[in-house]
Ligand binder design. Structure first.
Ligand code: AMP
Length: 277
């Protein structure tokens, strides 16, 4: 069956099949990372819905909402190639009522690490994700580990608000040289792209170390040696469930996360590291 393009709740209801449904929320400008999520979704459910919506609520003033890449025709073609059943692409004006009042508050976890750099970002992201869940009514929703704090916050929302959706995390897809795929990579010049490689290099350096102090030191060293075009925002080693910093002694999984500006482009990346025995 050909791909169905849904613009609103009525279209979604008409497109709904009888079996299980998996949702892959995206902001479009689809790349191989998004495609890996779609494939995972297809393994998990009978029907796959991909949402394409650049959510104004999760962009702060001065961020790249207006210049965020919009490649809708190519996105539709990618979804068709991946056997997606429905693309849900609402118009920005149709998602939010002009007199809307109620939204999701991400809590303390939404104000730390990435949330400290982007005030209000996680409130806006959770609000749109909950709306997408209510519109699409998926059994399963797939999110990338690339946005580790986002994934963690969505798991938190689902637990705290008893949202009846199974959240599935998917590994980060990288270029052969280590750069994590991102819709924002297209902003990078060839020179900036080389500079951006310091992020994944730093994460790899940290990931082999046995203690929090040594993980941070090894990753920091790589970033300190990076070209001056790299403007570090944060490098943290955090508990995956809470995003609070871990300290020595620590055993188990932690997330080594980094954010930096290269030129005018802000990039984030992370790796899960295993500490202790
Ligand atoms: P975005 O369109 O950037 O909002 O991302 C949509 C979904 O794709 C999110 O769940 C992201 O975490 C995920 N994603 C983005 N980049 C990658 C990547 N390189 N590998 C795997 N998933 C990704």
């Amino acid at each position: 069956m050909d791909l169905i393009l849904a613009r609103n709740r009525t279209d979604l209801i008409k497109a709904r099949g009888g079996g299980t449904l998996a949702l892959v929320p995206t902001m479009g400008a689809l790349h191989e990372g998004h495609r890996s999520l779609i494939r995972l979704a297809r393994d998990r459910a009978d029907q796959v819905v991909v949402s394409v919506f650049v959510n104004p609520l999760q962009f702060g003033p001065g961020e790249d909402y207006s210049r965020y890449p919009r490649t809708f025709d190519a996105d539709l073609a990618a979804c068709r190639e991946e056997g997606v059943d429905v693309v849900f692409a609402p118009a920005a004006g149709d998602m939010y009522l002009p007199d809307r009042q109620v939204s999701v508050c991400a809590g303390e976890m939404g104000r730390i690490v990435e949330g400290a750099s982007r005030p209000g970002h996680f409130d806006g992201m959770l609000t749109v994700v909950l709306k997408l869940f209510n519109l699409v009514r998926p059994d399963v929703a797939v999110f990338g580990q690339k946005d580790a704090q986002q994934l963690s916050m969505i798991r938190r929302m689902v637990a705290d608000l008893d949202v009846p959706v199974e959240v599935v995390g998917a590994p980060t897809v990288r270029e052969p040289d280590g750069l994590a795929l991102s819709s924002r990579n297209r902003y990078l010049s060839a020179g900036e792209r080389r500079v951006a490689l310091s992020l994944s290099r730093a994460l790899r350096a940290g990931a082999g170390e046995p203690t929090p102090a040594r993980v941070r030191a090894a990753a920091s060293k790589v970033l300190a040696e990076a070209p001056p075009e790299l403007e570090l925002d944060y490098l943290v080693l955090v508990d995956p469930a809470t995003f609070t910093e871990v300290s020595d002694p620590y055993e188990g999984e932690a997330v080594l996360a980094v954010a930096a500006k290269v030129g005018t482009t802000r990039l984030i990346d992370n790796m899960v590291v295993r500490l202790g025995r």
